[in-house]
Design a protein around this ligand. Structure first.
Ligand SMILES: [Zn+2]
Length: 431
């Protein structure tokens, strides 16, 4: 089926912030067949033409998430990290069932789509149930099967083998991809990290882990090995291949040089880092060194939302405050971090931009809103999107050319029923 979308303007999702006014996007077999100015468009032929009054932008790519944690949203508000984990999160997670994960992920996926996020990198228990959930909503996920030494979990070697097995037999439409998610260097033994990295390289899988989220988490490893976590990972052959490191807040120049040398990508999570007072990552320094960076919401229990547009805004604000410079991260760069750059960071060049050949993951944003006036130049539309963009303005969403949000509502699942189910399960898990 061929479809032609016409829009007031297209935001490409590239580094320079290209905005194409009066634009056409042709969709064929789930991919973008042509995109550009209406004046240059090929004949529409027999394509169904849909005229959109607003902006057409790439589906956003959330580079780090534990979305099923919507079940724990807002719980333990204001507690310091260690008490929040011990008293609130871990007791709830100990009661969690695979059914809970699937329901929670379905609800979270609907919420992500509603906010224009079409792909998320998920690291959470019951990865096959996360895949089932995005199958129901029509979203995409790269699911890093988690490896953590928790009571009740199988031995880490078994977790690793099970994760590699999952990767066989996924659909070829790019809707679900499995990666390996060893939690972090301070929680997973180094030989296991090395083995996970080896297997990820062998199978072309994403290796996703947390690095340098807090100032103190690497202290034990530094005392024991005399190396920072990035240097330790390099020394143990964990780096190389598709490696995506979440947070990377506390990185010195040497650590950043290693990231550049091994082409390690960063999932920058400004809202989570701010909420937990972890610090502000050196995004400008990372980009200047050619390090790939994408934005992530992190889990909704530490954000407390899944609103990646809010992270776009916060990333620009925090980078500017950190560098004491209003040019430290431009609005165009901030939006790129949630689209084209995020797709690069997770190793998915088929996503993240409105460009010929990429998958037709598209978001229609309503610009008939006071927050979008005035518009003197088409570039103002991107500026307004970054500084005033909110999920409420997302009208329509397509994933691989299939419409999954229409007139602001998710069409694939029953959001009202999911709300009730999340509330009921969250109450049970709270004990
Ligand atoms: Zn995380």
């Amino acid at each position: 089926m061929r479809q032609r979308l016409t829009a007031r303007a297209v935001v490409v999702g590239d580094r320079s912030g290209t905005v194409v006014p009066d634009a056409v996007v042709d969709v064929e077999d789930g991919r973008i067949g042509w995109a550009g100015p209406a004046a240059d468009a090929p004949p529409a032929g027999d394509a169904e033409v849909v005229a959109l009054p607003g902006l057409l932008v790439p589906g956003l790519v959330n580079a780090h998430s534990h979305a099923p944690m919507v079940l724990f949203r807002g719980q333990g508000e204001g507690l310091p990290l260690d008490r929040w984990l011990r008293e609130v999160m871990w007791p709830r997670e100990a009661r969690l069932t695979p059914d809970d994960v699937e329901v929670a992920m379905t609800a979270a996926s609907a919420e992500l789509l509603r906010g224009g996020v079409t792909t998320s990198v998920e690291m959470y228990f019951s990865p096959e149930r996360i895949a089932a959930a995005v199958g129901a909503t029509g979203a995409r996920a790269v699911i890093a099967a988690p490896m953590v030494p928790l009571p009740g979990m199988p031995p880490l070697e078994e977790q690793l083998a099970a994760a590699v097995d999952l990767a066989r037999g996924v659909p070829d439409d790019g809707s679900v991809e499995y990666g390996l998610g060893p939690h972090a260097a301070y929680t997973v033994p180094l030989p296991l990290l090395r083995r996970a990295a080896e297997l990820a390289r062998e199978h072309g899988m994403l290796l996703h882990l947390h690095v340098a989220e807090t100032a103190t988490e690497g202290a034990g490893l530094l005392a024991e090995h005399g190396l920072s976590v990035p240097a330790l990972l390099a020394a143990h052959d964990v780096l190389g291949g598709r490696v995506l490191a979440a947070h990377c807040v506390h990185m010195d120049d040497g650590d950043l040089e290693l990231w550049a040398e091994y082409d390690v990508a960063v999932a920058h999570c400004p809202a989570s880092n701010a909420k937990l007072a972890s610090g502000v990552a050196r995004v400008r320094d990372m980009l200047d060194r050619g390090i790939r960076v994408g934005l992530g919401t992190d889990g909704p229990a530490s954000n407390d939302g899944l609103d990646l547009l809010a992270d776009v805004r916060l990333a620009a604000q925090l980078a500017r405050l950190r560098e004491a410079s209003a040019t430290a991260l431009t609005a165009a760069e901030a939006f790129w971090l949630a689209t084209g750059a995020a797709a690069d960071a997770i190793g998915r060049p088929d996503l993240g931009q409105v460009a010929t050949g990429r998958r037709a993951d598209l978001v229609h944003v309503d610009t008939r809103d006071l927050g979008f006036e005035p518009v003197g130049d088409p570039a103002d539309l991107l500026t307004h999107l970054v500084w005033s963009g909110v999920p409420r303005l997302v009208r329509d969403v397509w994933v691989g050319g299939r419409q999954v949000v229409a007139e602001g509502a998710v069409t694939t699942v029953d959001a009202g029923a999911l709300r009730a189910e999340v509330a009921e399960r969250a109450a049970r898990l709270a004990g």
